[in-house]
Design a binder for this molecule. Structure first.
Ligand code: PLP
Length: 444
């Protein structure tokens, strides 16, 4: 990738491609946030990526801080990952039968997250959380689920109530097409509020199958759990016979080597652990693969051993397994040190640039994940209501100023920024050089 700043020729080809796509694909996109709905302007069609850079259809190169929304932990087109996929592809694209590497990937996950004793591979994070909930209901014989406002767990019916990600971006409370009966099975509580959780358990305790939470919320912008929250959540759930599903689809193997649980685990007393954990994104190394893991006694309730049904034509697809396995094997201490260094440099540069331009803000952090919230946040935000009151117009101006200077940010104020282990000094410097002008744009 070139080290000179990109000089975008104007997104004429992207505009034409968007026009063409919009005639055959709803909104021109296959996932809503890609449509630039909340920032306006022309979504860039990307044609290639290498390390920390992506190139659009008009030939403009950007330092990428989206990283495929998380999976590209090692950067784009990492040569060893590409070679592993090429090698797997040459042996066949999939058989619908077990391949040897599936168990190797499961072992790699178990080694990193010791509470996980068994793993089932699926294709998307949505499937992983959907299956975890079915399993929790099957194991407990109870109907209700607790989730937290602003947490996103994919797009299955029961999980769209007050969800983050695209629903936060579009300010949607839920989705049409979800029946009232299904919505009523999910209780939505404010995040970081153990009192609210305690009251919900006091009222509905013996009907609650599980509490599901992002290990650190990162789909309403980054909002980590307050100290003691995760522990309190686990203890309350277990005291009432309910299970805890920790959703590490976004944070897993990215916030740190053992996910965000790997960061929190050290503070937990013996026995305080989630029962099920969901993974996605990084675990598939950029291809469609996700996973559900947990205690053996629970996981063995899944078919074919137990009565909880789950299946998938493409589950454990050999190309996806090769990409995930190679990514995790290469994600060593050195890779996490590079991720941490990039996150430190960009988040502190961001804070300095915004402060210099007198833009009220706070930079939120969870392991190697971070994102700014724009507005008066002298008190740290605690929950979705706090995150929703941010000044999104500042993000819009900031986003476009960065894009024009060749930096690709998430096109929403309610998303984390993603660095990769390939963000070297040259890439970081390009981001930092772009910040002052973007901060000035966010000030006016
Ligand atoms: N859970 C979390 C925490 C996520 O961030 C996401 C996706 O962003 C999902 C679940 C859903 O994963 P997928 O988009 O692969 O279905």
């Amino acid at each position: 990738a070139a080290s000179t700043p990109a000089a975008p020729a104007g997104p004429a080809r992207s505009a034409a491609l968007a026009e063409r796509a919009s005639r055959v694909i709803p909104g021109g996109v296959n996932s809503p946030v890609r449509a630039f709905g909340s920032v306006g302007g022309t979504p860039r069609f990307l044609v290639s990526g290498s390390g920390p850079y992506v190139t659009d259809a008009d030939g403009a190169e950007y330092v990428d801080l989206v990283a495929s929304w998380g999976p590209a932990l090692l950067g784009h087109a990492q040569p060893d990952v590409v070679e592993a996929v090429r090698s797997a592809a040459s042996r066949g694209l999939g058989f619908g039968a077990s391949v040897p590497e599936e168990a190797e990937l499961a072992e790699e996950i178990i080694a990193r997250v010791p509470l996980v004793e068994r793993v089932r591979l699926v294709s998307t994070g949505t499937e992983a959380t959907m299956t975890a909930i079915r399993l929790a209901r099957g194991a407990t014989g109870r109907p209700l689920l607790i989730k937290f406002a602003g947490h996103y767990h994919g797009h299955s019916d029961g999980l769209l109530a007050e969800a983050g990600s695209g629903l936060a971006t579009l300010a949607l409370p839920g989705s049409a097409g979800v029946t009232a009966e299904t919505a009523a099975q999910t209780l939505v509580l404010p995040y970081n509020d153990l009192g609210a959780l305690e009251r919900a358990f006091a009222e509905h305790g013996d009907r609650i199958a599980a509490v599901i939470a992002e290990a650190a919320a990162a789909n309403m912008g980054v909002l980590p759990p307050e100290r003691g929250f995760t522990r309190g959540m686990i203890e309350l759930a277990h005291a009432h016979g309910a299970l805890v599903i920790l959703d590490e689809v976004l944070t897993g193997f990215r916030a740190g080597p053992g996910g965000y649980w790997g960061i929190e685990r050290a503070d937990m007393p013996e026995g305080a652990a989630p029962d099920l954990v969901t993974f996605g994104k990084v675990v598939g190394g950029g291809l469609p693969l996700a996973a559900l893991g947990g205690r053996a006694d629970l996981m063995e309730l899944l078919a074919p051993l137990g009565p909880v049904y789950q299946a998938g034509t493409l589950s454990g697809n050999p190309l996806a397994v090769a990409a995930g396995l190679t990514t995790l094997r290469l994600a060593d201490d050195g890779a996490y040190a590079r991720l941490g260094r990039a996150a430190d440099a960009i988040s502190s540069g961001l804070s300095e640039a915004l402060a210099s331009a007198s833009v009220p803000h706070r930079v939120q952090r969870a392991g190697t994940l971070f994102s700014p919230v724009f507005g008066d946040y002298t008190e740290a935000p605690r929950d979705y209501a706090d995150m929703q009151r941010q000044e999104t117009w500042r993000h819009r101006a900031f986003f476009h100023a960065m894009l024009e200077q060749g930096v690709n940010l998430p096109p929403s104020a309610f998303e984390a920024w993603f660095v990769t282990a390939a963000h070297d000094d040259a890439a970081i410097e390009r981001v930092i050089a772009a910040l002052p002008a973007a901060a000035r744009a966010a000030a006016s």
